[in-house]
Design a protein around this ligand. Structure first.
Ligand code: SMG
Ligand code: MG
Length: 366
C-alpha cells in the first residue's frame, strides 16, 4: 500500500466531569489523531498519550515530535501494518506514538480490502460487556451517587480509582451500599510501595475482582512479592509495555490478570500477541481505556471481542466522557457496546464536529 501522506491533527475535547486518579486530574482530553492517506483508502489512529507524562513517560507533544522527526520518515514508501511495525521497531519506546501510526496504517489497509478490524484480530463476539472507571472524589456520598448513576445506566462492573488515603473507606462504602453481587475492582496507578502490603491486604475483605497496578511501573519483582501477601488478584497495567513484559510478569507470578491497552504496548498486533500468550497461560485479560474518542474506542471494542478478553473492560459509552464525540456516539445497550462491523475500525469522524474541536493540523508527505 502506497502511503501518500499523513496528517497529524490535534483536537481539544472537554470531559463531561473531571477525572481524578492518583497521579492527577484530567478535565479535558488533548488528543493527537493520525490520518494515513493512501490511493485506496484513508485510515485513522488515536494516540492515547496524555498532555503530561504522568501515566507513563509519553505525552502528546512528545508523541507528535517522535512521529514527525523519526517514525514517519522511517516508513517505507509502501507499507502495511506489519511492515510499519518492523520499520518502527528500532526506535526505543514511544509505544503510544507507534501504536497510533500502525493503527492508522492497519485501518487504511483493512478499509482498502473491506475487512473489519474485529474480523482481522479474530474477534468472536459481536458485543462486549462494559465496566466504568470511577475517579477519586471529594467525599464518599459523592462517590456513592456517581456509582449509583453508572449502575442505573447499566454498567456491569465498577472500577474505583484509589490512592493512599482513599482506599479502604470508599471500597467498604461501595461494597456495603451495592452488595456482594457487584463486580468491583480498584486501580491505584502505581501509588503504593511494597511497605503498604499490610494495608493492601485489608482490601482482601471486600471480594474484589482485582487490584490494578498497586506498585510502581518497574516494580515487577515487588508485584510478585505482593501477590504472595494478598489474596486479591493482581492485574498489571503500566508495567506491561510488550509481550515480553507480559511473559516476564507471568513467569514471575507478578500478576494473574492483564489490562491490555494497545497504545501502551505499541499497537493492536502486539495486543494480539499478548492475547495469545496470556490465553495459553490461563491469564485473564480485559481491555483498558485512556479516555479515547470514538476513533480509539472503536478499535478497542474490536479487540475486547477476542475470546481471551474474559473480564468487562474500561470500554464505556461515549457520553461517559464527552458531551459530543467526534464519531457517532457509542451507546450502552444492556451493559454492552456493539462491535463495529464496517471495514477497518468501522467508524468515521463527523467532519463538522472534528473541525470544530481541531486546534492544529499538520500534513506530512515523504
Ligand atoms: O477510558 O474509561 C477510560 C479510563 C479508564 O481508568 C482508566 N484509565 O490506569 O487504567 C488506567 C486509566 C488511565 C488513564 S487515567 C487519565
Ligand atoms: Mg490502570
Amino acid at each position: 500500500m502506497k502511503i501518500t501522506g499523513i496528517e497529524l491533527r490535534r483536537i481539544a475535547m472537554p470531559l463531561v466531569a473531571p477525572f481524578r486518579t492518583s497521579f492527577g486530574t484530567e478535565t479535558a482530553r488533548d488528543v493527537l489523531l493520525v490520518r494515513v492517506v493512501t490511493p485506496e483508502a484513508e485510515g485513522w489512529g488515536e494516540c492515547v498519550a496524555m498532555s503530561a507524562p504522568l501515566y507513563s513517560s509519553e505525552y502528546a507533544d512528545g508523541a507528535a515530535e517522535a512521529m514527525r522527526r523519526f517514525l514517519i520518515p522511517a516508513l517505507p514508501a509502501h507499507a502495511d501494518a506489519q511492515a510499519t511495525g518492523r520499520a518502527l521497531a528500532p526506535f526505543k519506546g514511544h509505544r503510544m506514538a507507534k501504536a497510533a501510526l500502525e493503527t492508522a496504517v492497519l485501518d487504511a489497509q483493512l478499509r482498502a480490502r473491506g475487512e473489519s478490524l474485529a474480523s482481522f484480530l479474530g474477534a468472536t463476539g459481536d458485543r462486549v460487556p462494559c465496566g466504568v472507571s470511577v475517579g477519586i472524589m471529594n467525599s464518599i456520598p459523592e462517590l456513592l451517587d456517581a456509582v449509583e448513576g453508572y449502575l442505573s445506566e447499566g454498567y456491569i462492573r465498577i472500577k474505583l480509582k484509589i490512592e493512599p488515603g482513599w482506599d479502604l473507606e470508599p471500597v467498604r462504602a461501595v461494597r456495603e451500599r451495592f452488595g456482594p453481587e457487584l463486580l468491583l475492582q480498584v486501580d491505584a496507578n502505581a501509588a503504593y510501595t511494597l511497605a503498604d502490603a499490610p494495608r493492601l491486604a485489608k482490601l482482601d475483605a471486600f471480594d474484589l475482582l482485582l487490584i490494578e497496578q498497586p506498585l510502581a511501573n518497574d516494580d515487577m519483582v515487588q508485584h510478585a512479592a505482593l501477590a504472595r501477601r494478598i489474596s486479591t488478584p493482581i492485574c498489571l497495567d503500566e508495567s506491561i509495555e510488550s509481550a515480553e513484559h507480559a511473559a516476564a510478569a507471568i513467569t514471575l507470578g507478578a500478576c494473574s490478570i492483564i489490562n491490555v491497552k494497545p497504545g501502551r504496548i505499541g499497537g493492536y498486533l502486539e495486543a494480539r500477541r499478548i492475547h495469545d500468550l496470556a490465553r495459553a497461560h490461563g491469564v485473564a485479560l480485559w481491555c483498558g481505556g485512556m479516555l479515547e474518542t470514538g476513533i480509539g474506542r472503536a478499535a478497542n471494542v474490536a479487540l475486547a471481542a477476542l475470546p481471551g478478553f474474559t473480564l468487562p473492560g474500561d470500554t464505556s459509552a461515549s457520553r461517559r466522557y464527552f458531551a459530543t464525540d467526534i464519531t457517532p456516539p457509542f451507546e450502552l445497550r444492556d451493559g454492552h457496546l456493539d462491535v463495529p462491523t464496517g471495514p477497518g475500525i468501522g467508524v468515521d469522524p463527523v467532519q463538522d464536529i472534528l473541525d470544530e474541536v481541531t486546534t492544529s493540523t499538520e500534513w506530512i508527505t515523504r
